[in-house]
Design a protein around this ligand. Sequence first.
Ligand SMILES: C[S@@+](CC[C@H](N)C(=O)[O-])C[C@H]1O[C@@H](n2cnc3c(N)ncnc32)[C@H](O)[C@@H]1O
Length: 274
Amino acid sequence: MVLVNVGCGATFHPSWINFDIVPVAQGVRRLDLRSGLPLAASSADACYCSHVLEHLSPGEAGSLLTEMRRVLKPEGVVRIVVPDLEVIVRAYLANLDDAERGDSKAALRYDWMVLELLDQMSRRSCGGEMARFIQCCPQDVRSFIVSRIGREAESFWTNGGSKKSMASRLLAKNVAWYVDSVRYAIVLSLATLVGGRKGRQAVREGWFLGRGEVHRWMYDRRSLKRKLIDVGFSGVKTCRPDESMIPNFNEYWLDMCGEQVRKPDSLFVEAKRG
Ligand SMILES: C[S@@+](CC[C@H](N)C(=O)[O-])C[C@H]1O[C@@H](n2cnc3c(N)ncnc32)[C@H](O)[C@@H]1O
């Protein structure tokens, strides 16, 4: 089986070919997905792409889906996971109404839903307002946040956002990270020299935007299905987190961690190359 994890972040399995623009480990290949997939046509059995499509513009996302279709074998499966715009909007509206009726817990949930809607699109630094909210939020809203983004939120409360020592963080970086950091320092110095404070700010923001953290679009069951059909996929279907056409999918601990759904806020969709 040739299995491809596209934009894997820190969630990858050694049996898969793993790509990311910011590789976090040796087993992950550095790739900007906007330049296509370096794989032969009709070579893969499955492509998995979780919480990545929303980081691309609609046009770039369409090109990536087309690429995934190109590399899949005729009966190959694409599995797309994205934050579910419909669920976010419904939760935002429900909590807005309850907060306006005086429910103080709903007011906190409302604050969180606003962040889910807006912060990920507008932030200009790592983690944005969402990270600050998670770190400082009252106990009352914590279980709601976990029900939305999964257990990764718990690391903020148990060990302060997995605060590793600076030395262990630096040791975990690879050569490409150090090369990138030196390039950034040079560009930032030049921009400051030429453009002053504004030049420095522009480079900081531009560099951050190019790192793939910001959301550039969002999808619901209707728009994602249409996007997959538009590029030629067939049999598009929304599935449960623990349900997949990819053989033994749950054993790879990508969407399921044992019995737990890793990212409960998600829309899970599969289709075949056809
Ligand atoms: C929210 S994380 C999701 C990571 C992982 N797939 C998951 O489900 O936990 C988004 C990932 O997409 C990657 N990414 C965003 N834009 C990218 C691009 N143009 N090329 C490659 N990777 C990209 C980011 O580096 C990041 O690891």
